[in-house]
Design a protein around this ligand. Structure first.
Ligand code: IMP
Ligand code: MG
Length: 197
C-alpha cells in the first residue's frame, strides 16, 4: 500500500477504509443522539438480519435507555438484486403498535429495501418510526429515504466488513473496507481475507 508506483496503486484492491476506532466513535455519537431524542421512552430497535446485527449490538450497548430489540429477515427476489421486491423470511416477534420504532440498517444503497421495510412497519401503526443507517451510499439512491441517524457517507464502492458481506464472507472484519478489485473477489470469494482482518 505504501508503494507509490501508479501501476501498483491501480492494482490496489482496497479503497475506502473505516477503522474499528472510527466506527466506534461514530456509533457512540449516534447512540448519544438517540438517547437524547428518546429520553424517557423505551424505543424498539429493529435490525435487518444479518448485516445490521453488528451495528445494532454496538449501538444499543451505548444507548443509556431501556431499549428493546427485535429482528427481521428479508430476501430480495425478482429481477436482479435491486428489484425492490422483498419477501419477509423471519418476521418481528413483538407488536410495534403504539411503540417508538427505529429501523437499524447497515447500508442504504438504492433505498429500495428500506422503503419496502418502512411501508411494512408503518402499516403496523407504530407511534413513531425512524431510520438509522451506518453507511449511506447516496449516489446510488433510487428512492429518497428519510435517514434520521446516519453514520458515514460513502462513495460508490462495494464495501465489506462490520457485518457487510460478499457471498456471506467478511462480516467478521472489525473495520469496513471498499473493494476496488471486484474481479478478484468474483474469481475467489475469499481472496481478501488474510491481509485485512
Ligand atoms: P438497497 O435496497 O439497494 O438500498 O440495498 C440495501 C442492501 O443491499 C443492504 O442492506 C445490503 O444488504 C446490500 N448492499 C448494498 N450495498 C452493499 C455493499 O456495498 N456491500 C455489501 N452489501 C451491500
Ligand atoms: Mg442488509
Amino acid at each position: 500500500m505504501a508503494d507509490e508506483d501508479p501501476q501498483e496503486q491501480a492494482r490496489d484492491p482496497v479503497g475506502l477504509v473505516l477503522t474499528p476506532e472510527a466506527i466506534e466513535q461514530r456509533v457512540d455519537e449516534i447512540a448519544k443522539q438517540i438517547a437524547r431524542d428518546y429520553a424517557g421512552r423505551s424505543p424498539i430497535l429493529i435490525s435487518v438480519l444479518k448485516g445490521s446485527t453488528f451495528f445494532l449490538a454496538d449501538l444499543v450497548r451505548r444507548i443509556d435507555l431501556p431499549v428493546r430489540l427485535d429482528f427481521i429477515a428479508i430476501t430480495s427476489y425478482g429481477e436482479g438484486a435491486h428489484s425492490g421486491v422483498v419477501r419477509i423470511l423471519k418476521d418481528l416477534s413483538m407488536s410495534i403498535e403504539n411503540e417508538d420504532v427505529i429501523l437499524v440498517e447497515d447500508i442504504i444503497d438504492t433505498g429500495l429495501t428500506v422503503t419496502y421495510l418502512l411501508a411494512t412497519l408503518q402499516a403496523r401503526r407504530p407511534r413513531s418510526l425512524e431510520v438509522c443507517g451506518l453507511l449511506d451510499k447516496s449516489v446510488r439512491r433510487i428512492i429518497e429515504v428519510p435517514l434520521k441517524y446516519k453514520g458515514f457517507d460513502i462513495p460508490d464502492e462495494f464495501v465489506i466488513g462490520y457485518g457487510l458481506d460478499f457471498q456471506g464472507r467478511y462480516r467478521n472484519l472489525r473495520g469496513i473496507i471498499g473493494v476496488r478489485d471486484m474481479d478478484a473477489l468474483n474469481t475467489d470469494a475469499e481472496a481478501l481475507v488474510a491481509p485485512y482482518v
